[in-house]
Design a protein around this ligand. Sequence first.
Ligand SMILES: [Zn+2]
Length: 187
Amino acid sequence: MGVLGSNIDRVKNILAGDYTSRTKSGVGYSKTTTDHSEGDIWEENGKKWTIKNGLRQPITRFDIARIENIVPLACPECSKPLTHYLDTRSWKTTKKCFDCVVAEETRMRADGTFDAYSKQLYKENALAWLEEKRQQFELFINDEESLKGFVTENGTIEDWYGKIDKTTIKQKFEEEYKEFKEKIDSL
Ligand SMILES: [Zn+2]
């Protein structure tokens, strides 16, 4: 496989989330972490930011979801204590206790709306995942600070991309994005 071929493979990995691994072997990166350190949360340009694995990044829907996964004492629908492991598990996806989820699904199975509901839920999750990938990609490609040491004066990114310009990477990303989006939309 030629240099271009392996670059395209690398770009494909963007959607798989591999690109953040660049920080592990990245050079000249520590500059952005002078004011903040790993795990810090702060606001800048109307966005909430954090540092994760040494990489400055916006707090995304998935981070918010992780925060929301902290299980409260009681189910907001029926006030039952959320102590059973099945409650902990159902809280993560539904924000309800397990009994409430079972009751609701039973009702939906009975009135024939369950299939549409679970399909919709799956699509929403897939779309949220894809938007998170876009957010991460745009952060990576637009953050001059994090690209320092990787981009030459004429805009060529030299690192594990080999030599590939920003426009080409963006094009590749858009192609991959479109392909995934179409797959999700057709579900
Ligand atoms: Zn409940």
